[in-house]
Design a binder for this molecule. Structure first.
Ligand SMILES: NC(=O)c1ccc[n+]([C@@H]2O[C@H](COP(=O)([O-])OP(=O)(O)OC[C@H]3O[C@@H](n4cnc5c(N)ncnc54)[C@H](OP(=O)(O)O)[C@@H]3O)[C@@H](O)[C@H]2O)c1
Length: 280
């Protein structure tokens, strides 16, 4: 498999395709199956895994640890601190708890999950300390619009932000107006979450039409391939089912043509002006 890479602002290369974990760890009886799905993804070369202290109330991080057993060094693990834990002391404690659940000594990219009420200076002081201690390698943010980003990079330590994780897919093209170009101009990576709109977009005829042009391709693969061609973008579908994992990995082999892209633009037009950043 040919895994595309993107470059973080400090020059490090990371995979442009990863695995999400939201809603994993919510049902005890699914733990083994969810870990097996993640393991299969890793076996197939999808070594970037996105999780959060919020997911399954911490259990999703334990599932990631289970899937990572014996090969932590091959993985790029992303986790997130909840805004109400994002004080200077709180973010450090939250990170320590995540490290324990993840059974690792470092998180590769640690994000503020969304903007809360603690001043950015407090959260950034915590991120700086965690970075100095080697507990996180990069820091980032999530659900930040352009104004949030501007404020973050002006705060001490914020200029080294590596990524902004946002809701972006064919049915949510608002970020193309402002936050994506703003981040790209500064080489800040974008992580596109809910890339298949949690499955809701898969019945759209616009996707089926394009899939039918590519032998054996599926609507999910078309939606993911469309995102994968964006510069500086990391795409993180979640699949707790092995068949979905295999199907999603297949998107890496799908080459959309200029005609496909033009038809997708018609079927899923971007908004005609700036819109507020969506959030799920
Ligand atoms: N930063 C944030 O605020 C934020 C918000 C949302 C999401 N995220 C991150 O982004 C990841 C992805 O987003 P998401 O989980 O919201 O949505 P998603 O990846 O767009 O969709 C996941 C859903 O689609 C199903 N699915 C996956 N592949 C499929 C396929 N090939 N065919 C049919 N159904 C398929 C999954 O089912 P199965 O599980 O049964 O396979 C699951 O129900 C999350 O898991 C999380 O890591 C971050």
């Amino acid at each position: 498999m040919n895994m595309p890479q993107i470059t973080l602002p400090d020059g490090e290369s990371v995979p442009a395709f990863g695995q999400g974990t939201w809603h994993m760890g919510e049902t005890t009886s699914r733990f083994a199956d969810e870990a097996a799905a993640l393991k299969l993804g890793i076996d197939l070369g999808v070594t970037l895994v996105d999780t959060a202290e919020m997911y399954g109330n911490g259990v999703a991080e334990e599932i990631v640890a289970e899937a990572a057993k014996g090969r932590r060094d091959k993985l790029f693990i992303v986790s997130k601190v909840l805004p109400y834990n994002a004080s200077q002391r709180g973010a450090i404690d939250a990170c320590e708890r995540s490290l324990k659940r993840l059974k690792t000594d470092h998180i590769d990219l640690y994000l503020l999950h969304w903007r809360g009420s603690y001043p950015f200076a407090e959260t950034l002081a915590a991120f700086d300390k965690l970075q100095q201690q080697g507990k996180i390698r990069h820091h980032g943010v999530s659900n930040f619009d352009r104004r949030d980003m501007e404020e973050w990079i002006k705060t001490a330590g914020g200029a080294t932000v590596a990524s902004n994780q946002i809701l972006y897919n064919l049915t949510r093209r608002g970020p193309e107006w402002e936050v994506i170009p703003w981040c790209r101009q500064r080489s800040i990576s974008i992580m596109a979450y809910s890339p298949i709109e949690q499955g809701r977009m898969l019945g759209h005829k616009g996707l089926a039409d394009i899939a039918a042009r590519h032998n054996g391709a599926t609507p999910a693969q078309v939606a993911l391939a469309w995102l994968l061609r964006r510069e500086g973008m990391i795409v993180i579908p979640k699949a707790g089912n092995k068949e979905h994992v295999r199907e999603n990995v297949g998107a890496l082999d799908l080459q959309l043509t200029d005609q496909d892209l033009a038809d997708l633009d018609k079927a899923f037009p971007p908004p005609k002006g700036r819109t507020a950043l969506g959030m799920l």
